[in-house]
Design a binder for this molecule. Structure first.
Ligand code: ARE
Length: 453
């Protein structure tokens, strides 16, 4: 059985895309745990085709937990270390398909394979051959049969309606559960009927957090809502809409962002500013390249009570296919933040706003303010307050009504709160719940109950 939303008070997910297992483990201890991240999402851990492109991970050739990111033992020890640091582990699970290379070969861990033959695992009879488009590839996303029975970019498409395939996929997920993982991102969920996923999940040995990748496409027959019975679903409209608001519309429009914009129900939506696909393939979204505006968009996401937020953490790339920093054998190197790796989850604004999210969990929005354009502010009732000024000019000397208890609060956008001290400016809320401050252009101020001096 699946659980719908990340459980517990710490729900923010850090997606350490393509990090190797030893680096994930040390990040859990040094940063993710201390900063209050509840989960880390890791890239696909199973054996995959060889190559230096990042996307080799999305072409399984066996379910051995051995990849360019590390061995089974390293994976197991990473899970243990993260959990000891209070961080749960979500695995990107590729269960819709196997490899897509026309020719066979030897996988990362030495397993031999051919397209449609994975010895001891799957044979030709375990795949769909949709009989369309000359090469069985998906062309028309407006055709449900084609999307769920043809091949996504030539990837051998598993017959998820078959009992054998379902049991094999459940065995893979159960193996990961036996290594201690807490949840799964189900890759390419749109390409599997929701009922097939439900059947596979019914075979899990214990409950797990589930988030499904079903990209909303205008007019497409397969809709994200079909999958909410299985768990959370990525809400791709969130990052696209938010980018448009920041780039060319008005922050004032955000007062009903989320369900009010036709997005998924808040209790089922997994949200992010960008992910590993949209940062490459979707020119509109905000990414690490947008620097300060990207940080502000993440601050809004973490402050706004809609969905379960994931903070993306990227490696630096200049061409779409390039893999992460690796050695001569394509083994992923240990992460070096700010040198080949962007480490957005460590950016002070983003990392400190995780604490804001945790401190305000379960509270609603009140005291909304906007100037009609790019300056907004709101309370998370009784627990926190944020004002974002994305105007090209500073807004000085304005007073804000927070409704918070009187006190001295750390401005976590400009300072880090630890051991009862604030490394940045302190905001004083008066006995009536007001404070007065200057907010520079394209900047913000945020205060919350867990960072009060
Ligand atoms: C690579 C090569 C291909 C080659 C293939 C097989 O690029 O040329 O044919 O290998 O040899 C990733 C990469 C792919 C890569 C693949 C396998 O992005 O480039 O192919 O791994 O190595 C659709 C799906 C959605 C999917 C996106 C990318 O619905 O599920 O396409 N996203 C996930 C992952 C990807 C991953 C895969 C799935 C495959 O997040 O990283 O691919 O495991 C509209 C529709 C969307 C559609 C979108 C793009 O918006 O609404 O549903 O998304 O168009 O087509």
């Amino acid at each position: 059985p699946a659980v719908a939303a990340p459980a517990g008070g710490k729900k923010v997910i850090a997606n350490l895309f393509e990090w190797n297992w030893p680096s994930v483990a040390s990040e859990c201890t040094s940063t993710l745990g201390p900063k209050g991240y509840g989960y880390v999402q890791v890239s696909p851990p199973q054996e995959h085709v060889r190559g230096n492109q990042w996307w080799v991970a999305y072409q399984p050739v066996s379910y051995r937990i051995e990849s360019r990111k590390g061995t089974r033992d390293q994976f197991r020890s990473m899970v243990t270390t993260c959990q000891a640091a209070g961080v749960k582990v979500i695995v990107d699970a590729v269960i819709n398909h196997m490899s897509g290379q026309a020719n066979g070969g030897t996988g990362w861990a030495g397993s031999s394979y051919q397209h449609y033959v994975y010895p001891g695992i799957y044979q030709a009879q375990d795949f769909h051959y949709c009989g369309r488009n000359g090469n069985d590839d998906i062309v028309n996303y407006n055709d449900r049969y084609e999307v769920q029975n043809c091949e996504l970019v030539n990837l051998a498409d598993l017959k998820t309606e078959s009992d054998y395939v379902r049991s094999r996929l459940a065995a893979y997920l159960n193996d990961l559960l036996s290594l201690g993982v807490d949840g799964f991102r189900l890759d390419a969920s749109k390409h599997m009927p929701a009922a097939d996923i439900a059947n596979i999940l019914s075979r899990l040995s214990r409950s797990a957090y589930i988030v499904q990748e079903v990209i909303y496409g205008a007019g497409e027959p397969i809709r994200p809502e079909e999958y909410t019975g299985n768990g959370d679903v990525h809400e791709f409209r969130y990052g696209k809409d938010l980018a448009r608001v920041f780039r060319s519309e008005r922050l004032a429009y955000l007062r009903n962002f989320g369900e009010g914009w036709g997005h998924l129900p808040t209790g089922r939506a997994s949200v992010f500013i960008d992910n590993h696909d949209t940062q490459r393939d979707d020119g509109g979204v905000l990414t690490y390249r947008d620097r300060g505006i990207y940080a502000l968009a993440n601050a809004f996401m973490l402050a706004w009570p809609y969905g379960s937020p994931t903070v993306m953490s990227s490696y630096t790339y200049s061409n779409r296919d390039a893999g992460p920093p690796s050695d001569g054998n394509n083994k992923t190197l240990n992460t070096a933040c700010y040198s080949g790796w962007e480490c957005e989850h460590r950016w002070p604004v983003i990392a400190n706003m995780v604490g804001f999210r945790n401190a305000t969990e379960g509270t609603g929005v009140s005291n909304w303010y906007d100037n009609g354009y790019q300056h907004i502010a709101f309370s998370r009732t009784g627990k926190g307050y944020i004002t974002i000024n994305d105007e090209d000019f500073a807004i000085n000397g304005r007073s804000y009504y927070t409704g918070l208890p009187a006190g001295r609060y750390c401005d976590v956008i400009h300072g880090t709160f630890s051991a009862n001290t604030c490394s940045g400016p302190v905001i004083t809320v008066d006995a009536n719940g007001w404070f007065t401050a200057n907010v520079p252009a394209h900047d913000a101020i945020a205060i919350h109950a867990s960072a009060r001096l």
